[in-house]
Design a binder for this molecule. Structure first.
Ligand code: ADP
Ligand code: MG
Length: 894
């Protein structure tokens, strides 16, 4: 019979694995917005989003509501890694009746304790009422928290039943009671559960603690979860501590098969049968009772205490946790067991002593094992959701069972390791209870609030309002008009260059064309076939050696002809004369479709004798020198035009081209009557805006930030391309880097330490923004990027970095939208329409690969140009395809 009883208390390993799975499922259920209401494991958000980093300092008051007691504590932190906080405390016993009395009386009593404690501990630096004294409130009951300092009591437990508190904000109740005591300098800034306090207590410098297990009268656990998974809270970035409230695990029947008849009896006799099933297997409030019921059953089966009086066993609560612990902690001999049992009024034989000890060990051992199952579920959940192969984590442990049972720690460690072999948990004993941790939470809350203000101050110049963007839009419109005007063109920052492209494709273009693409990332030669079935092409990338880029113009164009010949030979095209379109992405003053004067070289080209010359003629001259007679250059175009044309082939509404890559630029179809710089009033012409230079005349000075000015000053063309420098891929990373430098200097990141790498220009690439802003990206990956920059990034640094990147890329997208809004609104007015429906062909890696840029651009554009329906098409190889199409349209027109 004894063996059978012991076996029923012992849970096989497979069963533990299944339980762990159930626990994980229930955790997910508790976190999900849809299923939260029915979840047994409540997974309550705590709004604690950070663990201490050791810089916290000042005086912090803590008041903790405990069973029959109120504990007050004053902690002084010195910003020294919290190694040696100074602490003063006092415990007040609660008068009879308060626990079941009126809520107001309870809070008045707590406030009186605070007041009395402050009188007794007052020193010169805590008494001055000018200095605010922040207070953390440890309130170990189930609450629905909506902010760190806002928590509605859901239900009382642990013998409390004060009236008028359930459903109320307990922070506010405490604050009002405190105000009545004329302690108006005391601010209740944080409320937390004792579990959270324990977790925080176990955090010391360089050793964050991210889980706490409290094995006490009840049992509970909390841990740092990825905030976006906590759907019941608004926070989405970073992490948040979740209070699991796992005591109710099993209330839906999941644990029924491991419940023994003894457990069922305990449950039936409790004040809440059927509830808190897990807690009733593991909480110290119940362990003595389980033993008592086991002994009653075994007595009835005549397996123990035969022939003696066991009436005393009928008394509920006679067997306390202390008795159980006294019995099992004695390893050798049964003297202590006998003494305990005799004090209880039993008359055990030698054999009874041994058997009672075995039962006690089985009950307590099972409780420890079940705690390990819960811990293993948390560990695996954290490991999975952080997308890690192995998780190393510190676990704070506290509570009567942990402290009183010598093998608890060993079982917790070994069983959780067995169930979650991918995780390595280091158990940290909590020495100071939850009070010190509560002070830390309070301190962290204040530190974060101060940091938030400082971060907002740094980033606010980058945050543009709707009105700011409308102003940019209006300015762009003004500069466009000036750029188009015959007499104002010279002083406009947006050059509005005519392209001599008068038509977008209509889809009937046919033929084979050659195309050149110079001025993008690569130099390419292409052959493009525009046929009934669609467009097909072949291309080859050629290198332009630095010596040729910076040599003579003749050398450069000779090299280009060599590449064309090589390509035609390879493609077997030497015998044909194909019309050629030349995508030349440098600013040009175009005087005809095949006549364009180079205004200035950019992008590292300096070939001599070209500026001011007709680029098409330079190419023809080279062909002549090389005796290549089969070359027919029909058009020169900018890459924005190529982009518009290539999308226009599939969508006749595409009359705008946009590039957001290394640089940014746009073109669109303007009415000839508005183009003052070209003769004629009939029809339309595509205008290459060269909008990157918008603001070079000072008109955008009001939106430039300190960071923009620094970035501009360190470029090869200071004062030039100011709009582009707010938007495009070549600069966004640099802007972020400048912000990081300032934030570090202000001690807001990286603990104020700047790595020499971060001081290196262009080290922070724009593609990093794309990675960092990916939704749901594990913060570990952000840290990897930062570690590559030799920055020792904390988890909070990673969260801040994401915020910085978002601010920079959002502003870029919004400004781009303001520019486009000016364009589409002008087109709508040009055409006298109430609504304009139009498409934009877009190219550029930033637009294509950044996870939010296009969405932010389109959303802002809708807001700024509500009367235009604008759709966006990605251009596929605009430079090549577009060049062929311009050539085709030109040939058709000819
Ligand atoms: P180009 O403008 O020279 O024709 P691209 O359109 O390919 O070339 O743009 C290249 C620029 O895109 C690079 O300078 C870089 O700043 C940026 N970039 C590269 N990869 C990414 C990425 N994953 N996310 C955002 N921007 C990127
Ligand atoms: Mg390009």
């Amino acid at each position: 019979q004894i063996q059978r009883a012991l076996r029923s208390l012992c849970i096989p390993l497979e069963r533990l694995h299944i339980m762990k799975g159930h626990m994980m499922q229930d955790m997910c259920k508790g976190l999900s917005r849809q299923t939260h209401a029915q979840a047994k494991v409540r997974m309550l958000p705590t709004y604690i989003c950070s663990t201490p980093n050791g810089t916290e300092k000042g005086n912090f008051l803590v008041v903790e509501l405990c069973q029959n007691q109120v504990r007050t504590l004053l902690v002084t932190l010195y910003g020294d890694g919290n190694m040696s906080p100074q602490m003063m405390y006092k415990i007040f016993d609660m008068p009879d009746g308060i626990m079941q009395g009126e809520g107001e009386a309870l809070f008045d009593f707590i406030a009186q304790c605070v007041s009395q404690f402050l009188v007794e501990t007052t020193t010169s630096d805590t008494s001055s009422s000018e200095e605010r004294l922040p207070l953390g409130f440890v309130f170990p009951f189930t609450c629905r928290q909506t902010q760190l300092d806002k928590a509605e009591l859901l239900s009382w437990s642990k013998g409390f039943s004060c009236s008028g508190v359930v459903g109320k904000d307990v922070v506010q109740m405490l604050q009002s009671a405190i105000n009545k005591q004329e302690l108006s300098h005391v601010d209740v800034v944080a409320l937390m559960n004792d579990t959270v306090g324990t977790m925080m207590t176990c955090c010391t410098e360089g050793r964050p603690c991210e889980i706490a297990v409290v094995a006490d009268k009840g049992s509970n656990c909390c841990f740092m979860a990825e905030a976006y998974l906590v759907e019941t809270a608004e926070e989405t970035s970073g992490r948040m501590c979740v209070n699991t409230e796992w005591g109710c695990f099993g209330d839906d029947g999941t644990l029924n098969d491991i419940f023994t008849p003894y457990d069922e009896s305990v449950d039936e006799e409790s004040s809440n049968p059927g509830e808190k099933r897990f807690e009733k297997l593991v909480g110290t409030l119940y362990l003595g009772e389980i033993v008592r019921h086991a002994l009653i059953a075994l007595t009835a089966e005549k397996a123990v205490f035969t022939g003696t009086d066991t009436a005393v066993l009928k008394e509920k609560g006679m067997f306390t946790i202390q008795h159980v612990l006294d019995i099992i902690n004695n390893e050798d001999g049964t003297t202590d067991v006998r003494r305990v049992l005799e004090v209880l009024g039993l008359q055990p034989s030698e054999r009874d002593c041994g058997r009672v000890q075995q039962i006690c060990r089985a009950v307590v051992g099972r409780a420890a094992t079940l705690h390990a199952v819960g811990l293993a579920a948390i560990l695996s959940y954290m490991c999975q959701t952080r997308d890690m192969e192995t998780l190393m984590v510190n676990v704070g442990v506290d509570g009567e069972l942990y402290k009183g049972y010598s093998r608890f720690e060993e079982i917790l460690q070994s069983v959780s390791r067995l169930l979650s072999p991918e995780c390595l948990a280091t158990l940290l004993p909590s020495r100071d209870g939850s009070g010190r941790g509560a002070a830390m939470v309070t301190a962290v809350a204040l530190r974060l609030a101060a940091q938030r203000c400082a971060v907002n101050e740094v980033l606010s110049p980058l945050r543009l309002t709707h009105a700011d963007l409308e102003k940019v839009q209006a300015l762009m419109r003004q500069e466009m008009e000036r750029g188009l005007g015959k007499h104002t063109n010279a002083t406009a920052s947006v050059h509005m260059l005519p392209t001599y492209v008068s038509h977008t494709p209509d889809g009937t273009e046919r033929g084979d064309f050659l195309a050149l693409d110079l001025g993008g990332t690569n130099f390419r030669v292409l052959v493009v076939r525009v046929a009934e079935e669609g467009i097909s092409m072949a291309s080859e990338i050629y290198v332009i050696p630095a010596a040729i880029m910076r040599g003579t113009g003749e050398g450069l164009f000779d090299h280009i002809i060599d590449c064309i010949v090589d390509f035609q030979t390879k493609q077997n095209l030497m015998t044909q004369t194909l019309p050629l379109g030349f995508t030349f992405s440098f600013p040009c003053q175009q005087v005809g479709l095949d006549k364009a004067l180079l205004l200035t070289w950019t992008k590292g080209f300096t070939a001599s004798g070209c500026v001011g010359q007709d680029v098409v003629q330079l190419l023809r001259d080279a062909a002549h020198r090389k005796q290549h007679s089969g070359l027919q250059v029909v058009a020169l175009l900018n890459d924005t035009v190529g982009t518009m044309m290539s999308c226009g082939y599939d969508d006749p509404k595409c009359e705008i081209g946009l590039i957001v890559g290394t640089g940014t630029n746009a073109c669109y179809m303007e009415e000839m009557r508005n183009v003052g710089t070209v003769e004629g009033d009939q029809g339309r012409m595509c205008i290459n805006m060269e909008w990157g230079a918008f603001g070079d005349n000072g008109c955008l000075d009001h939106i430039f930030t300190h960071f923009d000015r620094v970035v501009d000053e360190t470029t090869i063309n200071p004062g030039k391309q100011r709009f582009e420098k707010l938007i495009s891929g070549m600069y966004l990373g640099e802007i972020v880097r400048q912000i990081l430098l300032v934030m570090t200097e202000k001690q807001l990141m990286f603990q104020g330490r700047v790595s020499s790498k971060l001081q290196t220009k262009n080290i922070f690439q724009t593609k990093f923004l794309s990675t960092i802003e990916l939704n749901g990206l594990a913060l570990r990956q952000i840290r990897t990027i930062l570690n590559e920059l030799e920055l020792d990034a904390s988890f909070e640094d990673s969260v801040l970095l994401r915020e910085v990147c978002q601010a920079v890329s959002l502003r870029a997208a919004q400004l781009c939208a303001a520019g486009l809004a000016a364009v589409v609104e002008k087109m709508r007015e040009n055409r006298g329409l109430d609504r304009l429906s139009i498409s934009v062909g877009v190219d550029g890696t930033l637009y294509k690969l950044h996870p939010c840029f296009s969405h932010n651009l389109q959303k802002t554009l809708k807001e700024l140009a509500p009367n235009c329906d604008v759709s966006f098409h990605l251009s596929e190889d605009g430079s090549g395809k577009g060049a062929a199409l311009v050539a085709a349209v030109a040939c058709r027109a000819a």
